[in-house]
Design a protein around this ligand. Structure first.
Ligand SMILES: Cc1cc2nc3c(=O)[nH]c(=O)nc-3n(C[C@H](O)[C@H](O)[C@H](O)COP(=O)(O)OP(=O)(O)OC[C@H]3O[C@@H](n4cnc5c(N)ncnc54)[C@H](O)[C@@H]3O)c2cc1C
Length: 480
């Protein structure tokens, strides 16, 4: 007989962990929750010793035939939190209403105001450090941690653009927490050597020790079981065999590649499942400074520039978020005697719009794996990239800058995989509703940035975590 649970969750990344954070607060003491994670629990010690964030190579888990485009994720307990850079901007209010405001893309079925408090709850759980001298988006509460320190190059931008340039919000601790050290701005930050950045391992692993939760590692969910229009459980592979578990609610938090794959393998074939795969599109710009010494900020990415982000230009080309790097490695230094610090590298991150010809499908070659099919980014993003030389020249005019150089190619990944199970009010144009519940299977929840209808320039993890809290609260009956 299959084991019975109240809830089955798939994955242990941001999506599932933030769902559990809200869900467990209101769940009955007798509730039984099964969590299935395909990867292993690779401790920080293991990651540092082995110089990689997962003992499972993500490339073995899906097929990507594209020569240049990569899709980066981290299989294992805590998912991408082991590998992320911990940049935690919120999206801007207009990101939720691109179509209404600028006549492009599609509106979200949720407004910024509706999830403002969920943003704050997610920031509290991650102990986010952020600016205290203004904000690009409205905030009801201050950031949980004090701000990090700007570099002198950031101060140059802040002086020129006081209302558009801010200290970057980040889940790298400014002051130590019970579980984390304060950031040392060391620069090798993918696996944080001093355990300063927020991970599920260091701040939320306790959720999985809850007596109501059963966690099975190295358990790969193949499909959701269904009866009529109900999800009845999942079938998963563990210890070289398949098992089935049953539940009243199924929650997929397996990310933008695997959530649609699991749905497709289950025969849950909404016509948009897997569609609109994309990321933001980014390019580095190297700026040689005139008399300003860079570095000296207190974390690896210190500034966020909104000069090219929101405004009427979004009717014709993509908005762009600027990140300033405070990473004093060889490639960031200026090869000029006495002036090696007078260089600033910024990343320009453009939003992208959906394309029909970018999607996740069941691989024809190996039906046990998903395959990503990618034809390129949108013309909208490309027009933003084409405008970059003029935009950067204008942005830097009058500033103490010798020259700048824009990278020739866009980066092969921005590590922010978006789309494939989009949310909306209209079941003909979206797969899940505003609470991330599948339109056709009302006890099936799909979490993560796969549900984002548009790919704002902002990093996605804070928003997707806030949405997990919002979805769980809705399911637990809070009037929202
Ligand atoms: C190098 C890098 C840097 C990044 N930096 C940032 C940043 O600074 N800011 C930001 O906002 N975002 C960042 N991201 C993106 C961020 O990590 C992701 O958006 C986030 O991890 C997605 O969360 P998730 O829970 O939806 O999915 P994941 O974190 O990918 O978790 C999904 C989990 O599900 C498991 N799983 C998958 N399939 C199955 C299955 N069939 N059965 C069981 N388990 C399964 C996976 O093993 C994984 O552990 C970065 C990502 C990378 C790779």
């Amino acid at each position: 007989m299959p084991e019975q649970y109240d809830v089955i969750c798939v994955g242990t990344g941001f999506a599932t962990s933030f769902f559990l954070l809200a869900y467990l607060k209101k769940a009955k003491p007798t509730e039984r929750i099964l969590v299935l994670e395909r990867g292993r629990l690779d401790t920080l010690g293991w990651q540092l010793d082995n110089k990689r964030s997962s003992s499972v190579d993500p490339k073995d888990t899906y097929i990507n035939r594209h020569k240049y485009k990569q899709w980066d994720y981290n299989p294992g307990f805590g998912g991408g939190s082991n590998r992320w850079w911990a940049c935690t901007p919120r999206m801007m209010p207009n990101d939720f209403q691109l179509e209404t405001k600028y006549g492009v893309g599609i509106d979200w079925p949720i407004s910024y105001d509706e999830i403002e408090d969920y943003y704050y709850q997610a920031e509290l759980a991650m102990a986010v450090s952020g600016p205290n001298d203004g904000s690009p988006y409205p905030r009801a509460n201050p950031y949980p941690q004090p701000p990090h320190m700007f570099s002198d190059a950031d101060r140059m931008f802040k002086k020129a653009y006081p209302d558009k340039y801010f200290i970057q919000p980040t889940a790298r601790a400014r002051v130590e927490t019970a579980n984390r050290n304060s950031c040392c701005a060391h620069g090798y930050c993918t696996i944080c050597p001093i355990d300063s950045k927020f991970t599920i391992l260091n701040e939320m692993a306790y959720l999985y020790d809850d007596p109501r939760v059963t966690l099975l590692m190295e358990a790969t969910v193949r499909n959701v079981e269904t009866r009529g229009n109900l999800a009845t459980g999942v079938t998963y592979f563990i210890d070289s065999g398949y098992k089935t578990a049953e539940s009243d609610l199924v929650v997929l938090g397996a990310n933008t590649i695997f959530n649609p794959f699991i749905l497709l393998k289950s025969g849950i074939n909404h016509q948009l499942t897997g569609k609109y795969l994309r990321e933001q599109v980014s390019k580095y710009v190297t700026i040689d400074l005139d008399g300003i010494d860079n570095f000296g900020g207190s974390t690896s990415i210190t500034g966020h520039g909104y000069m090219l982000y929101d405004g009427d230009h979004r009717s014709s080309h993509a908005g762009c978020l600027i990140e300033s790097l405070n990473v004093p490695h060889a490639f960031s230094l200026r090869p000029l005697r006495g002036r090696w610090r007078q260089r600033l590298i910024i990343k320009t991150v453009f939003e992208d719009l959906a394309r029909e010809d970018n999607y996740v499908k069941i691989s024809d070659e190996n039906p046990d794996l998903p395959e990503t099919v990618y034809s390129g980014h949108s013309d909208y993003a490309q027009r933003g990239i084409d405008a970059l030389p003029e935009l950067i020249a204008k942005m830097l005019s009058g500033l103490p800058v010798d020259n700048f150089e824009i990278a020739k190619r866009v980066n092969h990944t921005d590590s922010h995989i978006i789309g494939t199970v989009v949310m909306g009010n209209d079941p003909a144009k979206s797969v899940v509703d505003r609470y991330l519940i599948h339109h056709d299977y009302r006890n099936l929840v799909v979490l993560g940035s796969c549900t984002f209808p548009t790919a704002s320039p902002a990093n996605p993890a804070l928003t997707l975590s806030a949405l997990s809290l919002w979805s769980a609260d809705h399911l637990m009956g809070k009037a929202v």
